[in-house]
Design a protein around this ligand. Sequence first.
Ligand code: CTP
Ligand code: CA
Length: 234
Amino acid sequence: AERTALPRDLEGRRVVVSAGGTREPLDPVRYLGNRSSGRQGYALARVAAHRGAEVELLAAHTADLVRPAGVELVPVGSAAELRDAVLTRADGADAVVMAAAVADFRPVDRAEHKIKKTGADPEPVALTRNPDVLAELVRTRDAGEVDVPLIVGFAAETGDPDTSVLDHGRAKLARKGCELLVVNAVGDGRAFEVEDNAGWLLGDDGQVAPIPFGAKSLLAATVWDAVSARLGHQ
Ligand code: CTP
Ligand code: CA
């Protein structure tokens, strides 16, 4: 059988990909976190590098994954750290893909020393809102402070009685103001801690491309196809 070479359509491009789940510290040894494995973000980074891009992978907490060859790995912890890394590195990039699971909230206080138990019941943990990194990046770009033509978001949605997964996705794309949004249908064992994803790629031009149930590298290829088409030939 004939082997088809991967396209080198991202040659000369610089892309920034975020991956994994942020950890919001409570004290020096404890945090609030989430179950993101980082696999989708890593697949995006690996495929982009194969297709010729210079890739910066901003990695929050992930499963034990191998760093993709030819990718610059930038470890980040909390949403605040991720925000700083994204805003710094987005400037001059061709695309930013926000595949990270960013905590919406963080503890108000971060204890300087390890919290010790006492005889008494603990105080409830007070939370505050984290910055919305994706929305802030779009705002900053639209204000002319950061130069990046393409911003891609991710959304993992379950439908509910009033609104379908796709409609949740459309609303989120409009709310975030990014150019592309990957919508994953979750539930039925999909998206979290599994090898496969299924969903749609939505464009701000109304484009709706279904992404078949398949490997995360297939979803990554679909995203880079759309990015590459929008960037055009240099
Ligand atoms: N995101 C972000 N900063 C946050 C939360 C989310 O940059 N504080 C990004 C994610 O990386 C993802 C996109 O926004 O690309 C959508 O994340 P999601 O959690 O689905 O959106 P939210 O606006 O937080 O809405 P929800 O209430 O559904 O969680
Ligand atoms: Ca969220």
